[in-house]
Design a protein around this ligand. Structure first.
Ligand code: NAG
Ligand code: NAG
Ligand code: NAG
Ligand code: NAG
Ligand code: NAG
Ligand code: NAG
Ligand code: NAG
Ligand code: NAG
Ligand code: NAG
Ligand code: NAG
Ligand code: NAG
Ligand code: NAG
Ligand code: CA
Ligand code: CA
Length: 779
């Protein structure tokens, strides 16, 4: 597989000197990972078979005729570390007495195979040696971490005569990213999309000055149309810089290309004042989901030819799933569960969305993502005074294959994932499966996740993923996620497709009973980094609350109402329901509470539930008032943009329920951060704003890497509407480890394709954006 993305640079130098790749060949400055690569000390650091000799500064090996590829080789003996998703440069000089193709691998050891490669990170084929000593260069990015790696040149295999192959000047360098300059953009931080005429208009100035300064709002001809004084704030602890606030809310005229300016300083990026600000964002945010779809060809007519691709994971070679998908091997699961869990069946778990930059599919993350899309639709059924500019409720509003099929497109898109989640359910009357030392009936539970058993490199088009796809053990949390979303689907599809609605509700009832019978099957945190994330969760009180709530709202049945009322979260206070920093896929009580409050139902104590949502929103607003960039968060965890957006969802729902405009004002100001009103002037939604995230981590959109590691075809940049995870104050990936050391809060972001901890896409972040965009487009 990797060979597809690796060609000798010798034939491709014009691409590699392109000005778009500032870091290319920037390897000098890091140590050579190969010792004695020029054989100046003889052969220390090397082993060869048959044993070679050093002649004229080259290690030469006599390769017998008719040997197999691996029978003759030159290999390093001092191991080096290959860091997952880092970038390496390999150079060497070699020739052969008779022209021959050799083969290079970096790899770990597989003790059971006597040192054979497990999962080569560099696996070239066809390195053509001639009789003239040729320089060769390769750039590669390891898909998997390998702490004890070797570099091997396999010499045999293709020649029927005795050959002599000589090698020298071997160097292997990790990319050098330093010195690094972080582009923080303009000093005046704005929402780069702009501002609504009748909405709040706030900007943040970074300035060392502690006294108020005069600002001007200039129109597209540079004429000052409004002016005022900044409000010095002082140290913004979320970024550690001194800031002022600019409030130009009172200016309400529509126009394009406004700029804010402090006399004598650089103006802000341009922005609009427009009531159409968020009109296209819901479609583009939703378009991301179509592009993440598994099991269907992505249609050029809908998304443009550069984004078209064949169906991924429909068991067409080299894919090993997802129509026929086995469970993990017992020897694989043994490591995570400390017992050899497996199952006897295969399942068709095709469809669904790829979770993020990877191509795994996780039911717990599918749950929140599907829920937020369904909620974006459902709120249009109960909000009053809905002067919707954009109607998720309509058919034909998205560029998806199901447009104009008579069903609302948001429901169509969510159904793609719902169908997958239904398929993840353990079939009725399945043989018992191992759990905690005994075999138990898991029928009706839902497999936690399915993904590759090893990471694939970036880029990997889904239809070319060769790894084994595997089901992981069922979990209570995944089961309840399926139940909750199936209950929502049942009530929303009831009007359109009664058969599907029934299928959802039937599966939900079976799942609900299975979860109650097996309330503590947790996905362990140890089940990570073998081609997928863990999504571990050992507190499922929130998932039980959510499932019961959705089942009750859909069915009005007393058993579900009783389960809601007896749940821990029913009487929990607002700050437990809506925790500081927002909610996420493992804390679904918040989603449950929003739906119990907003969707018509007769639950006992509904007024208290509604009050808790208002209090939760008030608490977020109280935090926002301490933050000069109007964020609701005070820390910046992995995926912090979704935390901010999920807080907006709470405040915006409080507005939908109460029509109290202070919630609307707060939620709209909360949008600013995502679109550039932050320490680094970053608009995190690709294609929206001036300085937007462009090198997003994804196997589908690794254009930055494809420029560096030459390949055919060149993969596209991310589509408009794809959102990066955002600032992460504990970043952990190769580029971030190099360039974000000691960063503070909002600064902890790098727009690099390999920065999965700050720059990845994910469905649960995209769904938060889709909900908030739909809400904002109504204003
Ligand atoms: C590797 O080869 C490339 C292409 O010839 C060259 O630009 C680069 O400087 C070399 N790197 C090292 C570390 O020698
Ligand atoms: C590496 O490349 C060789 C030669 O094409 C191939 O036989 C082998 O299967 C590859 N190994 C892996 C793990 O991809
Ligand atoms: C490499 O393997 C050796 C021997 O097993 C071990 O001692 C060493 O810690 C390993 N190195 C790394 C970086 O894991
Ligand atoms: C290289 O890695 C292998 C596999 O982990 C290990 O057996 C060997 O001892 C390591 N060699 C050194 C020098 O660390
Ligand atoms: C290598 O194999 C070819 C074809 O089978 C044969 O003709 C040739 O004699 C062999 N060479 C040696 C040295 O065995
Ligand atoms: C030896 O290899 C050459 C080139 O690959 C081929 O043309 C020739 O037929 C081979 N000879 C034998 C005896 O197989
Ligand atoms: C500003 O905030 C940063 C981040 O919280 C903090 O490290 C720094 O000490 C603060 N500076 C001042 C002058 O208070
Ligand atoms: C906006 O206008 C009102 C009414 O003229 C005024 O009281 C208020 O101070 C103005 N706000 C700002 C931020 O200038
Ligand atoms: C599971 O791990 C245990 C303990 O390491 C080992 O004894 C057992 O053979 C393993 N079972 C399988 C099926 O791999
Ligand atoms: C609904 O809209 C009408 C007309 O715009 C307005 O008079 C009324 O107060 C609004 N009702 C609510 C509950 O916001
Ligand atoms: C799987 O099926 C085989 C044959 O039907 C049976 O012998 C075995 O016990 C089953 N294993 C499990 C874990 O159910
Ligand atoms: C709530 O109860 C009222 C009065 O019995 C009934 O009219 C209404 O339909 C119920 N609403 C829901 C959503 O069940
Ligand atoms: Ca439709
Ligand atoms: Ca949980």
């Amino acid at each position: 597989m990797l060979s597809r993305f690796l060609l000798p640079l010798t034939s491709l130098l014009p691409v590699l000197v392109s000005s778009q790749t500032p870091v290319e060949n920037n390897a000098l400055g890091t140590p050579n990972l190969v010792h004695n690569g020029s054989f100046t000390k003889g052969t220390p650091g090397w082993v060869s078979k048959p044993s070679g000799t050093v002649q004229d500064g080259m290690l030469c090996v006599i390769v017998p005729a008719n040997t197999t590829a691996k029978a003759s080789y030159i290999q390093t003996t001092q191991n080096f570390t290959q860091i997952k998703n880092d970038i390496y440069y390999l150079n060497f000089t070699a020739y052969a007495a008779q022209p021959v193709n050799i083969w290079i691998q970096t790899n770990g050891y597989d003790p059971s195979a006597g040192g054979a490669p497990v999962d080569p990170n560099l696996n070239t084929t066809q390195v053509p040696l001639t009789t003239i000593p040729g320089p060769f260069s390769f750039i590669f990015s390891p898909a998997n971490q390998e702490n004890n790696s070797t570099l091997t040149f396999f010499l045999g295999g293709s020649n029927n005569l005795t050959n002599e192959i000589c090698l020298s000047d071997v160097s292997l360098h990790r990319i050098n990213r330093l010195p690094y300059f972080q582009d923080t953009g303009r000093a005046i931080k704005i929402n780069q999309l702009g501002y609504l005429p009748n909405g709040p208009k706030l900007a943040t100035l970074v300035s060392k000055s502690n006294s108020s300064l005069t600002w001007h709002l200039k129109n597209s001809s540079g004429t000052s149309v409004s002016s005022g004084r900044t409000f010095p704030f002082g140290n913004d602890t979320s970024s550690g810089v001194n800031v002022h606030t600019i409030d130009f809310t009172n200016y309400t005229s529509i126009g394009a290309n406004f700029r804010l300016q402090i006399d004598g300083s650089e103006p802000s990026y341009p922005f609009a004042i427009s009531d159409q600000l968020y009109t296209t964002l819901p479609q583009d945010a939703m378009q991301f989901f179509y592009q993440q779809r598994s099991g269907i060809a992505i249609d050029a007519e809908l998304v443009g030819s550069q984004y078209a691709r064949p169906a991924g994971h429909v068991n067409v070679f080299p894919n090993q799933g997802d129509v026929v998908t086995p469970c993990q091997y017992a020897w694989e699961s043994n490591v995570t569960y400390l017992e050899p869990w497996t199952c006897n069946y295969t399942l068709d778990v095709s469809q669904g969305w790829y979770d993020a930059g990877d191509q795994g599919k996780y039911v717990v993350n599918g749950g929140i993502s599907t829920a937020q899309i369904l909620m974006a639709y459902e709120r249009t059924l109960w909000t009053t005074n809905n002067t919707l500019q954009y109607k998720p409720v309509s058919d034909g509003s998205l560029r998806i294959p199901e447009r104009y099929n008579g069903y609302p497109d948001f429901l169509d898109e969510a159904r793609w994932e719902m169908e997958f989640m239904l398929k993840m359910q353990v079939p009725a009357n399945s043989p018992p499966q191992l759990f905690n030392g005994s075999y138990i009936d898991m029928s009706g539970l839902v497999h936690h996740k399915m993904h590759d058993n090893q990471w694939t490199p970036l880029p990997t088009p889904p239809n070319l993923d060769p790894k084994r796809r595997e089901l992981h053990r069922p979990s209570t949390a995944a089961t309840l996620n399926m139940v909750a979303t199936a209950a929502m689907s049942a009530r929303l599809w009831g009007l359109f497709d009664a058969d599907f609605a029934k299928r959802c509700l039937d599966a939900a009832r079976v799942g609900y009973a299975a979860a109650k019978a097996n309330p503590a099957i947790y996905a362990p945190g140890t089940d990570w980094d073998l081609g997928g994330g863990a999504y571990s969760d050992d507190d499922v009180r929130d998932e039980f609350y959510w499932a019961a709530a959705e089942m009750y709202i859909t069915t009005s049945e007393a058993q579900f109402e009783n389960d809601v009322i007896s749940n821990y979260y029913y009487t929990a206070n607002a700050s437990t329901l809506f925790p500081d920093g927002g909610f996420g896929w493992s804390s679904m009580q918040a989603i449950a509470q929003l739906n119990l409050a907003a969707v018509p139902n007769n639950i006992t104590g509904r007024n208290a539930i509604i009050k808790s949502v208002m209090t939760g929103a008030d608490q977020y607003i109280a935090i926002q008032q301490t933050q000069p960039t109007d964020v609701y968060i005070t820390s910046y965890p992995w995926g912090s943009n979704s935390n901010q957006l999920n807080c907006i969802q709470v405040v915006a729902t409080a507005y939908d329920i109460s029509r109290n405009t202070s919630y609307r004002t707060s939620a709209l100001s909360g949008m600013d951060y995502i679109f550039g009103r932050n320490a680094i002037s970053q608009s995190y939604v690709h294609g929206y704003g001036t300085k937007t995230s462009s090198n997003i981590h994804s196997r589908l959109y690794a254009a930055e890497l494809s420029r560096l590691i030459v390949q055919d075809p060149i993969v596209p940049p991310p589509p408009k509407g794809a959102m990066a995870g955002g600032a992460n104050e504990s970043p952990a990936d190769p580029p971030a480890d190099d360039v974000l050391k000691g960063c503070v809060g909002q600064f902890c972001y790098v727009d690099d394709v390999n920065s999965y901890s700050t720059n990845e896409v994910a469905i649960n972040w995209g769904s938060a954006l889709a909900w908030v965009a739909s809400w904002a487009s109504n204003h």
